[in-house]
Design a protein around this ligand. Structure first.
Ligand code: ADP
Length: 186
């Protein structure tokens, strides 16, 4: 595990499985129809059971789904978290179709929704870097800088990045070092 402390909060980078997290909210890398799928989305619905999809069905009935860059919240069903925040990352298309801005919006909006529910802890996966093919080095920089900019203005005292592979864990760790070194307060 790797961590960086702010005045009243901490950012942690962890190698693990997000479905096992005991936090107020876990974030799902969903698709815009909120229909479940492969990767982390499938893992969360499998482990959390049908209650999560039942709430996604209701959201879909009212709003049609969730646009890219935005987020919605549901129960976490059988998981140990209280909530699942479903956010829809951009599909990587070379980087000139607002993919970086949309990915930053995913992190910003997830943090905002967690703050609205007064969450104190939240766990994120590496949004968009699986099936959606966003380059992980770029995604890690956007994820960590967006969270670092927002964490202290929110109710969150702990933000956790749960990386599913050693390679992603190393990349997020290295990126956190670069960001905090460049701020001169490592
Ligand atoms: P996207 O469609 O947004 O790219 P994916 O689910 O395909 O989402 O991949 C996002 C990341 O989530 C990938 O790095 C993948 O390895 C990771 N992942 C898959 N399962 C889990 C899990 N159980 N916990 C944490 N991360 C996971």
């Amino acid at each position: 595990m790797k961590e960086y402390s702010f005045n009243n909060s901490v950012l942690r980078i962890i190698l693990g499985d997000i479905t096992k997290e005991k936090v107020d909210a876990i974030v799902n890398a969903a698709n815009s129809r909120l229909l479940g799928g492969g990767g982390v989305d499938g893992a969360i619905h499998r482990a959390g059971g049908p209650e999560i999809m039942a709430e996604c069905d209701k959201i879909r009935a009212v709003k049609g789904g969730c646009p890219t860059g935005e987020a919605v919240i549901t129960t976490a069903g059988a998981l140990q978290a209280k909530y699942v925040i479903h956010t829809v990352g951009p599909v990587w298309n070379g980087g000139k179709r607002k993919e970086p801005e949309l990915l930053a919006s995913c992190y910003f909006n997830s943090l905002r929704i967690a703050d609205e529910r007064n969450c104190r802890s939240i766990s994120f996966p590496s949004i968009s870097t699986g099936a959606y093919r966003f380059p992980t080095d770029k995604a890690a920089y956007i994820a960590l800088t967006t969270i670092a900019a927002g964490i202290e203005k929110s109710s969150l005292v702990e933000v956790r990045f749960i990386l599913f592979s050693r390679k992603d864990f190393d990349l997020y760790s290295k990126t956190l070092d670069k960001i905090t070194d460049s701020q001169g307060n490592n």
